[in-house]
Design a protein around this ligand. Structure first.
Ligand SMILES: [Cu+2]
Ligand SMILES: [Zn+2]
Length: 208
């Protein structure tokens, strides 16, 4: 409140009092402003897609993934592997360049998603969550066993195939593991890994 000396005329005191009341009313008006601000946008619903079961984890819903093949120091191989997952199968499409024309190469999903070492031994053994022997698709086989790949006369691989009994997502899915292309064809009856030779390209499988 504004102090006014008693010696001032009464009319001046009335003006000062009026101004004080106006100021107080203005302050009160300001205090109301926050409640008139727009409401924050409502949080999105927990599940935006009605066909997704609440019990499914995000990881288990993975429908597509990709691995970029990087070469070993001397192989010069480049490529990309695309995965499309169903509930009990995975479609695989491999495109790679820089191979010897007409050469055949073992191709596997390996256990560790780690292509850090030059020889790619960092990717570990074949991905084998069900503890099977190494083998061809029509025999008991590691989840990570796949068909061998043939390079065309220009040294390019362009192959598509479907793997049964495997998934992309979930605890035993491919995502987070690594694909390895080998120097030699896969001898499927040779344990534990088909005598596939050097690891000449590697890529970690990432969900898309
Ligand atoms: Cu391998
Ligand atoms: Zn194997």
């Amino acid at each position: 409140m504004v102090a006014v000396p008693l010696s001032q005329p009464l009319w001046l005191m009335r003006i000062v009092l009026t101004l004080s009341l106006v100021a107080a009313a203005a302050l009160a008006g300001c205090a109301h402003k926050p409640t008139t601000a727009p409401e924050p946008a409502p949080a999105p619903a927990a599940s935006a897609s009605p066909d997704v079961k609440p019990t499914e984890s995000f990881f288990g819903r993975t429908k597509s993934a990709v691995a970029t093949l990087t070469p070993s120091p001397t192989s010069g191989i480049m490529g990309i592997v695309s995965f499309s997952g169903g509930s009990t199968s995975v479609d695989v499409h491999v495109v790679a360049t820089g191979l010897q024309p007409g050469s055949i190469h073992a191709f596997h999903v390996h256990d560790k998603g780690n292509c850090a070492s030059a020889d790619f031994l960092s990717a570990g053994d074949h991905f084998n969550p069900t503890h099977k022997p190494h083998g061809a698709q029509d025999q008991p086989h590691h989840a990570g066993d796949m068909p061998s790949l043939l390079a065309d006369p220009s040294g390019k691989i362009d192959a598509s195939f479907t793997l049964q009994g495997v998934t992309l997502g979930g605890v035993d899915g491919f995502v987070g593991h690594a694909v390895i292309l080998h120097a030699s064809p896969d001898a499927y009856d040779v344990q534990p890994s088909g005598n596939a030779g050097a690891r000449i390209a590697c890529g970690v499988i990432a969900a898309q």
